[in-house]
Design a protein around this ligand. Structure first.
Ligand code: AMP
Ligand code: MG
Length: 438
């Protein structure tokens, strides 16, 4: 049996990198999580005019002394496009936040440091203002041209992940770069359930279970998990445990998707057909590993299928990646996050490929297994100490879907052999992989 780290190395080695870039508009939902395929340089200055940072008065003298000055102009943040007349020494102009300052402006005094002295007869415009500020510095309260982003400067480099939260979209928008954003195409993921006992929960009529049947929980769960990580997921239905049918279904699937996830059919029973089908002549896959020293997820199988060129488009495809995950839902979820996501991230050009880890304190004792265990936990900050604490989701049997419910972390429990102990105690510190927000 393969150690988890060796399995991860094999995935990193055999998963193809990103393919040809595609261009997307800024409005595309697919942009989030996409990776820039080229460097982007700013086509203009931000701001592209000298702008006031505050509501106040533009002044033309750096050494302006406190006193009463005539207000000769007003400038609002608007798009009138005409430059104000030159501000001369001893004159001031009313400006609002973000508005262009008149040429000749040396600094802006904020309104809090002024007093209105007089207005025009009709009371609509200011005539004189008392400037109270002392020691006015040149450039004070002015955003100089290009001071936020300089024209020609590198704003996004190739390899940057466009995240939903880190402002890349805002930067592109601020430069007016709304079309033709060159990113690596994200892999399309197919999700296929297998098993004669598995009853569809997505398509077709709802029906109650016959003796020995189970509802398909893996497919709805994985389709949604894949989508929540920003990838396109294709529902491939359920394949029966019949090798010819499975083979045809997989063959068809590989022409539609870049990465195929199957669940079930990888245990040691006679109907566990995934491995033989994937390496059969019809599919021609290579198994890089088929048993991992972990709990849950031991039978996880990683396969690549070489590119196929049948001379006609319908049956030709580029190299594919297949993860045959165990049938039990908790195993499928754990192995998806541990193994499939890094592969997907590599295919999308994302780095790092693995999910982040945090150090957590156990809030209860947990016994260790001879295999490394990925225990589903909820990680949260202790309000008193500020430390991250991991709370088990309860029974960890791999068939128990409830063990994933509410989990945002996979606590890495070492193998009892490696740790040379049979349990971890409350208060012990371990790593957890974050599979969801804290
Ligand atoms: P298998 O590897 O096919 O023997 O499946 C292992 C266990 O997972 C069996 O108890 C299956 O009934 C269960 N299982 C397989 N596929 C699914 C599924 N799509 N949803 C829920 N449980 C499943
Ligand atoms: Mg089965």
């Amino acid at each position: 049996m393969l150690p988890v780290n060796t399995a991860l190395d094999l995935i990193a080695e055999h998963t193809p990198g990103p393919g040809e870039p595609v261009t997307l508009p800024l409005s595309s939902r697919l942009l989030t999580g996409s990776v820039m395929a080229e460097d982007v340089y700013s086509p203009n200055h931000v701001p592209n005019y000298r702008a006031s940072i505050v509501d106040g008065y533009a002044v033309a003298d750096a050494d302006l002394q406190p006193g009463v000055y005539p207000v000769v102009a007003v400038s609002h943040a608007s798009s009138h496009g005409v430059e104000k007349p030159l501000l001369k020494s001893g004159q001031i102009a009313r400006v609002t936040t973000g508005a262009p300052v008149p040429p000749g402006t040396v600094a802006v005094v904020m309104v809090e440091e002024t007093e209105l002295v007089s207005t025009t007869e009709d009371g609509t415009e200011e005539r004189e203002v008392h400037i109270l500020a002392k020691n006015i510095q040149a450039s004070e309260n002015i955003r100089e041209v290009g001071s936020d982003i300089k024209k020609g400067s590198l704003v996004l480099s190739q390899g940057t992940v466009i995240s939903g939260t880190a402002g890349e979209i805002g930067v592109l928008a601020s430069l007016g770069l709304t079309e033709n954003i060159k990113v690596y195409r994200k892999p399309v993921v197919g999700v296929l359930s297998t098993g004669d006992e598995v009853v569809d929960t997505l398509n077709g009529e709802k029906r109650s279970l016959e003796y020995g049947e189970i509802y398909d929980s893996n497919r709805p769960m994985l389709l949604e998990t894949v989508r929540s990580w920003g990838f396109k997921a294709v529902d491939l239905g359920i394949a029966r445990d019949v090798d010819a049918e499975l083979s045809i279904t997989i063959h068809k699937a590989l022409s539609q998707v870049d990465l195929l996830i199957t669940t079930g059919g990888v245990s040691m029973g006679e109907l566990d057909l995934l491995k033989p089908t994937l390496v059969s002549k019809a599919i021609g896959g290579t198994i890089h590993f088929g048993r991992v020293a972990m709990k849950p997820g031991k039978p996880t199988t990683f396969v690549t299928v070489p590119a196929r060129d049948d001379g006609c488009n319908t049956n030709s495809y580029a190299e594919k990646v297949v993860f045959a995950l165990p049938g039990n839902p908790a195993s499928a979820s754990v192995t998806f996050h541990l193994f499939v996501l890094p592969a997907l991230r590599k295919m999308a050009g994302q780095t790092p490929q693995s999910l982040p880890r945090v150090r957590v304190i156990l809030d209860q004792a947990l016994s260790l297994d001879p295999r490394a265990e990925y225990h589903r936990v909820h990680v949260a900050q202790d309000p008193t100490t500020g430390a991250l604490v991991a709370t088990s989701t309860g029974g960890q049997r791999s068939s128990r879907v409830g063990s994933i419910q509410g989990a945002n972390g996979l606590l890495i429990l070492p193998s009892s052999r490696d740790a040379k102990r049979t349990r971890m105690e409350k208060g012990d510190i371990l790593d957890a992989i974050l599979i969801n927000k804290l």
